[in-house]
Ligand binder design. Structure first.
Ligand code: TYD
Length: 392
């Protein structure tokens, strides 16, 4: 049974950065969150059709983020050393920072966003411009055979039908093959109160517990879990065919940690919902108080996460003047829903502002280091994670 625990109100597509002339046609949906008593999976209640989100206008380019490029290079090197895969498939290959570490002859990409599929295709990797399904897996097996390694980063939690997703993986994985995927951790989100990781692109938020249940019912098993710091805390899951391998201590550790935290109890989610409501009250009050004191506030990082915060809290450009972002495709547009203008960092003088809200709080240290001059001149940062606070 699905039990609803959180209602975040009406929301736009979190990464649909919008031109000024298009405001009246903006698509909105109800962002509500529920918990499945049977599998313990947390999901949003109303899924948005994937074609609306993942198409040739999808703006999120992994290669714009240096820390992420490094993350994928290190991950690829580690997986090569550990599993020595020959045939490699990446689901959701984006602009290719992971797959580029593997040879072109034996590696394949699956990417539904045409703009990025073109990038990996041009790099020389065979790329299927399609969603990951059992039908596509069948086609790939016929054309290219079975895979030693299937990798996906921040992608599996984007897919609505997880049974079909995991069946597709099982059907194409060699008997000794490994399926490695990483997505934000539900436990870290609950611990940090980072409700902003809930948006249309994340129809599911994974606990190891729920994944263990879902993978098992589709003939796969988790044998290792790495806890990562990326995206504010993610889990890298290693799975293989059921009965393929001894289950490592990291799996037991994670399942136990989640159980102790209360992942299996609905009350945990009700407490989280109260914390989210309090976070909203505190953040709105802080911004309004600063504005009435005549302070100027901007934000760094036009993130999908900040789309959730701004829309849930009703934060528009009466509170935050402008957002800067390093992604060229976001610059010159406005934030989804609340329509705060987005510009390049070079287009503003940060010293004109008293406070910077961290839309990209997950890059807090990188941003604080880059913006040393702002801090030295008395500038302060605002974040809502783990609690609403001001710091310098
Ligand atoms: P990310 O954390 O992946 O956010 P989400 O998944 O919620 O969209 O994206 C970080 C965004 O912040 C990305 O658009 C690049 C931008 N950014 C800056 O503008 N300045 C910076 O110094 C850093 C590190 C990121």
């Amino acid at each position: 049974m699905f039990k609803e625990f959180l209602d975040l109100g009406r929301h736009p597509i979190a990464n649909a950065f919008i031109d000024e002339g298009d405001f009246k046609d903006e698509f909105l949906f109800d962002l509500k969150v529920c918990w499945d008593e049977e599998t313990k999976l947390v999901s949003i209640k109303e899924f948005v059709e994937p074609e609306r989100i993942f198409n040739e206008d999808y703006p999120y380019n992994t290669s714009n983020s240096f820390p992420m490029i490094e993350h994928f290079r290190n991950t690829a090197e580690m997986l090569k050393m550990k599993f020595k895969p020959r045939k490699v498939l990446e689901i959701g290959s984006n602009s290719g920072p992971f797959i580029e570490n593997f040879n072109k002859e034996d590696s394949l990409c699956v990417e539904p966003c045409g703009n990025f599929a073109e990038v990996t295709e041009n790099m020389g990797y065979k790329t299927h411009v399609d969603f990951w399904t059992t039908d596509l897996a069948e086609k790939i097996v016929k054309e290219d055979g079975y895979m030693d390694l299937i990798y996906a980063a921040n992608c599996i939690c984007h897919i609505h039908d997880l049974d079909d997703t995991f069946k597709a993986v099982k059907n194409i994985l060699k008997p000794n093959g490994v399926f490695v995927f990483e997505d934000p951790s539900l436990l870290r989100i609950l611990e940090r109160g980072s409700y902003d990781q809930i948006y249309d692109e994340h129809p599911h938020i994974f606990s190891v517990t729920a994944l263990d249940n879902l993978l098992r019912r589709n003939g796969l098993q988790i044998f290792k879990v790495d806890n990562l710091s990326v995206h504010g805390g993610s889990n890298r899951i290693y799975a293989c065919h059921f009965d393929g391998i001894t289950i490592g201590d990291s799996v037991k550790f994670n399942l136990n940690e989640e159980s102790v935290f209360g992942i299996n109890n609905f009350q945990t989610y009700e407490i989280f919902a109260e914390r989210v409501a309090n976070s909203k009250k505190k953040l709105v009050k802080l911004l309004k108080d600063l504005k009435s004191d005549g302070k100027k506030i901007m934000s760094i990082g036009a993130t999908a996460k900040s789309t959730t915060v701004f829309n849930y809290c009703g934060i528009d450009n009466s509170l935050i003047d402008v957002i800067t972002d390093t992604t060229i495709d976001k610059q010159g547009k406005c934030s989804p829903g609340m329509h705060i203008p987005i510009v390049a960092r070079e287009d503003i003088n940060i010293l004109d502002y008293d406070y910077v809200y961290l839309g990209a709080w997950n890059f807090k240290d990188v941003i604080a280091t880059k913006e040393k001059e702002f801090v030295e001149n008395g500038g302060k940062f605002i974040t809502h994670v783990p609690d609403v606070m001001v710091f310098s």
